[in-house]
Write a protein that binds this ligand. Structure first.
Ligand SMILES: Nc1ncnc2c1ncn2[C@@H]1O[C@H](COP(=O)(O)OP(=O)(O)OP(=O)(O)O)[C@@H](O)[C@H]1O
Length: 341
């Protein structure tokens, strides 16, 4: 549905030039929630602003539903933008307008007649869970409620795509969760394609189907969210996964336990699905002459199922431990050895 090829944005400053987005290729399927993650300065904001031409690219092509966004004239763009909704980190609401009037704003611009506007705004207010707050002003709302207004306004003209620019970064964790749940709800109810940018892996984990990792203007890694959790390739991706699963190096308690073993091997298992790990450990204990002690386990839920890690200490004859590890490696579980010998 969305195809991006060779997208590049170069900013020229007095001293030098900065390639904020560098020859980026990306495909997003209809109805998917696609996340782009990266640290500050990676080029995420520039990328998302290029999607609806809030910024014009230096070169490259963006196609949305067979329409070349990058080739549109100003007038054509005004019409096409109605099909691309956007929400922002700081909501960008009109402070002198009520909730109702904020949501009606894009409908006014699109020339929707008043009676139809009122009906549509009421529907949207219900959809985002703001019933009864239509006459409130933004200053009277919490951060989460303000973002709900932002979402309703972005959906007013029935867009094909919703762009989310760090939409939950200004919110506390609980409110973040409720807004993310709303985005999933809208994605499922309306089949809306969502592209979001974030620096938080928690956001990716919770709602995205696929993810692209950006560094220095480039997409350096991408894939299904579960796959990226299970097989992160680059150090930057591993660091993002650790945001959710914890960093072993910084886990003092686990380190102490691990170091207290003078025999055997400590391994970390990475698995997908809740049952797999338990079944594997009991099979290993039965089939091989090893003792298996579970030291720590973490499991997290993604849109595509569960991902977990398990630290296990295997004790016994070295050859028997190796056989057990070889057996686990032959399953879908990924084994990391050499944590402590
Ligand atoms: N208008 C601009 N003029 C000059 N340089 C810019 C401009 N906008 C962004 N940049 C530069 O482009 C690079 C990418 O910035 P961008 O804001 O897209 O990154 P980001 O990943 O969104 O980071 P952040 O979350 O901090 O905004 C940075 O080096 C930034 O300084």
């Amino acid at each position: 549905m969305i195809s991006i090829r060779g997208l590049t944005k170069i900013y020229h400053t007095k001293l030098n030039q900065i390639k904020a987005v560098d020859d980026l290729d990306l495909d997003v399927k209809k109805g998917e929630i696609f996340g782009v993650i990266g640290y500050s300065g990676a080029g995420k904001s520039t990328f998302i602003r290029l999607m609806n031409r809030l910024e014009n690219p230096t070169s490259g092509k963006i196609m949305i539903d067979e329409e070349e966004i990058t080739a549109l004239s100003k007038d054509q763009l005004r019409v096409s933008r109605q099909g691309i909704g956007m929400i922002f980190q700081h909501f960008n609401l009109l402070w002198s307008r009520t909730v109702h009037e904020n949501i009606a704003f894009p409908l006014e611009i699109a020339g929707v007649p008043k009676a139809e506007r009122i009906k549509r705004v009421d529907e949207l207010i219900d959809l985002v869970g703001l019933s009864g707050r239509g006459d409130a002003y933004p200053s009277q709302l919490s951060g989460g409620q303000k973002q709900r207004v932002g979402i309703a306004r972005a959906l007013a003209n029935n867009p094909k795509v919703l762009l989310c620019d760090e939409a939950t970064s200004a919110l506390d964790p609980e409110t973040t969760d409720s807004i993310l749940n709303l985005l999933v709800d809208i994605n499922q109810k309306l089949g809306l394609t969502i592209i979001l940018i974030t620096h938080e892996m928690h956001v990716i984990r919770k709602i995205c189907h696929r993810v692209a990792v950006m560094e220095a203007g480039k997409v350096v890694e991408q894939g299904d969210v579960l796959d990226v959790f299970l097989h992160p390739k680059l150090p930057v991706t591993k660091r993002f996964v650790e945001q959710v699963m914890g960093d072993r190096e910084q886990d003092d308690a686990l380190d102490k336990i691990t170091q207290s073993y003078t025999t055997g091997k400590v391994v970390r298992l990475h698995f997908v699905g809740e049952i797999t790990n338990q079944a594997i450990i009991s099979t290993v204990a039965k089939q091989f002459d090893v003792q298996a002690n579970i030291l720590q386990g973490k499991i997290t839920q993604t849109q595509k199922g569960a991902y977990g890690t398990l630290f296990v200490h295997f004790d016994g004859e070295e050859s028997e431990i190796q056989k057990a590890i070889d057996f686990i490696t032959s399953t879908s579980v990924k084994v990391e050895v050499g944590l402590h010998d």
